[in-house]
Design a protein around this ligand. Structure first.
Ligand SMILES: Nc1ncnc2c1ncn2[C@@H]1O[C@H](COP(=O)(O)OP(=O)(O)OP(=O)(O)O)[C@@H](O)[C@H]1O
Ligand SMILES: [Mg+2]
Length: 254
């Protein structure tokens, strides 16, 4: 079982006024097969954690460690992290002009699997995955995310997730901007991947809405750059009722 282990992670960004520490000692362990919901107020550092794990150059690691099966993730380039099995679905997916969805997926799959998937099987695999996610076949020939609506981008992220089958999937607000039907379709995609038992999922979200479809094993409250509290699914219900005030004001987070 693959295990992602984050220990006392500190991360800063460079600003006009010098470095600004955003992550202040994050501890989290995610194993293959587990689903962790990470909930927390705006600006608490959830996306920063996601980007830092994926290796975004903007974020400077100033302390702590991240390992995947004992291998130092922080030493790896973003590309190596992806090949090691770390997948990030971004809160704001970027457009990749000049690269079609179909090419993008095949190139990614080739890099991850170490060899190009057999063309005929691959075409079938992609077609079926697109059908399950109710993505129109014409999207295969469109450039990645170019002109996609918010919801279409999120579906495309889940298409990648299903086809690339990472060890650790970080889904940053994959639920935001989805209508009810899309939320269901996307959640079903996440659940299919989850049921394989081969993926550990970090589901970053603001609302318990998506947790009606995807039942987390663990829920964490993220506040002021660290995990302020962890619990089971009941913690999400408490957050929905009481909000994050307790964690933002001090108390558990300080
Ligand atoms: N590249 C950057 N430059 C300057 N500040 C940054 C940068 N990235 C993040 N920050 C700051 O770090 C803090 C945490 O941002 P982050 O995007 O991680 O929050 P979040 O928890 O994902 O919020 P949201 O729920 O709104 O998505 C914010 O105050 C943000 O302005
Ligand atoms: Mg965010």
């Amino acid at each position: 079982m693959a295990t992602l282990e984050i220990n006392d992670l500190h991360v800063s960004v460079e600003t006009e006024n010098g470095p600004n520490e955003i992550l202040r000692g994050v501890d989290l362990t995610v194993k293959q097969g587990e689903t962790h919901a990470i909930m927390g107020p705006n600006g608490s550092g959830k996306s920063t954690l996601a980007y830092s794990l994926a290796g975004h150059p903007k974020y400077a690691i100033t302390g702590g460690s991240v390992t995947l099966d004992g291998e130092d993730v922080l030493e790896m380039t973003p590309d190596e992290r992806a090949r090691a099995g770390v997948f990030l679905a971004m809160q704001y997916p970027v457009e990749v002009p000049g690269v079609s969805v179909s090419n993008f997926l095949r190139t990614s799959a080739t890099a991850l699997r170490g060899e190009a998937p057999k063309l005929r099987l691959w075409v079938k695999e992609v077609k079926e995955a697109m059908e399950r996610l109710q993505i129109d076949p014409s999207f295969a020939e469109r450039n990645v995310n170019e002109g996609f609506s918010g919801g279409e981008k999120k579906r495309h992220e889940i298409l990648q997730l299903e086809l690339l089958k990472p060890k650790i999937a970080i889904l940053d607000e994959t639920d935001s901007g989805l209508d009810v039907d899309a939320l269901r379709v996307v959640s079903e995609g996440v659940n299919r991947v989850r049921e394989s038992g081969e993926v550990g999922t970090m589901l970053i979200t603001h609302y318990t809405r998506i947790l009606r479809y995807i039942k987390p094993d663990h829920v964490h409250v993220f506040a002021k750059g660290r995990i302020a509290e962890s619990g089971g699914p009941e913690l999400a219900d408490k957050l929905e009722e009481e909000g994050y005030e307790e964690y933002v004001k001090g108390g558990a987070a300080s």
